[in-house]
Write a protein that binds this ligand. Structure first.
Ligand code: DGY
Length: 319
């Protein structure tokens, strides 16, 4: 079977594919044009996808040769899962191995925003560090605050656990269903979406993104939040309306925002959000650790190998 791998991945994944006698189609460059990407898709039985290429009805209509997709990500919002399922095309993903790394970034952003670290680093770099001032650059402490999690799955749990352990936070969450482990181990409380946005001091998004959730965090939602609210998004940029977020931050309606995801990605370096002192933005590095990326390469390869042997993928989003 031919596997189209559109970008570089850690060697462990390549070795596994080779050991299992899979033919790998790898382009010479990591930056394929859309046309080159389509050309390569034509030749593949399975796609091991790195990045945000879209797999929708049109794609499946045009490439009946593609029999399975193995995503190098836990998120699968780029695939029309209903269409794939209708055509019996399994879609694999890479859960768990990146939960620690991604929640670390959410935890890091929360602290950076609470103490205005990004702004203060710029201050030092630009030579604007003046004498000690007892009333300048005050942050807010995180001890005993209420963390609101949207989507308490694996990554959300890790974030909640860290916040509870480090800062004794109260955990509230909104989810499709109850997370009994979190309720038992972290004393997490299930709340409605409205309660979540009104009662949290920090909101961190860890839900799977679907188009129905586009702009879920918009002006009317930001209006209801506490003024000390720290907004953290390490999931998908589509969850927040960027203009409304900008207005909420600029007017001081909320305290600050830490984003590892934007819409679109990459964001323009002229984006006005970057001028705000209460914002910290990272270039989608949630899973960017050696450990997590090796784990993702292994899981993505294992999904391909299982499919090539006519077995169910070990991590399949549409089993
Ligand atoms: C994921 O795994 O979904 C990360 O966001 C990388 O896309």
């Amino acid at each position: 079977m031919k596997v189209f791998l559109n970008k570089r991945i850690p060697q462990i994944g390549i070795d596994l594919l080779k050991e299992n006698n899979l033919e790998i189609i790898t382009p010479q460059t990591d930056n394929l044009s859309h046309e080159e990407w389509l050309e390569n898709c034509k030749k593949a039985d399975i796609i091991l996808n790195v990045g945000k290429n879209k797999y929708d009805k049109d794609f499946f209509d045009n490439f009946p040769n593609v029999k399975a997709i193995s995503l190098f990500s836990v998120g699968f919002d780029q695939v029309d899962i209903a269409e794939a399922t209708k055509r019996k095309i399994p879609v694999g993903n890479t859960p768990d191995v990146l939960s620690r790394a991604t929640s670390d970034v959410a935890f890091l952003l929360m602290q950076m925003v609470s103490r205005k670290v990004n702004y203060n680093i710029e201050k030092v770099k630009s030579g604007n560090w003046k004498d000690f001032d007892a009333l300048e650059e005050l942050g807010q402490e995180l001890y005993g605050k209420t963390l609101g999690i949207l989507g308490l799955g694996r990554i959300g749990f890790e974030m909640a656990e860290k916040c509870k352990g480090a800062f004794g936070m109260n955990i509230i969450y909104h989810n499709r269903s109850h997370n009994e482990t979190a309720e038992k181990e972290l004393d997490a409380k299930y709340v409605s979406f409205d309660e979540l946005i009104q009662n949290s001091d920090i909101i961190s998004i860890h839900a799977n993104y679907t188009p129905e959730q586009a702009n879920l965090f918009n002006q009317s939602v930001f209006e209801k939040m506490k003024p000390n609210l720290i907004f953290i998004n390490t999931a998908r940029g589509g969850f927040h309306n960027e203009t409304d977020l900008y207005k909420a931050l600029k007017s001081g309606k909320i305290w600050g925002a830490g984003l590892d995801v934007t819409n679109p990605e990459p964001m323009s370096n002229e984006n006005p959000l970057l001028q705000l002192p209460n914002v910290c933005i990272l270039p989608h590095i949630g899973s960017a650790t050696i450990e997590a990326r090796n784990g993702m390469a292994r899981l993505a390869a294992e999904n391909v190998i299982a499919f090539s042997k006519n077995q169910p993928m070990p991590n399949c989003v549409n089993p």
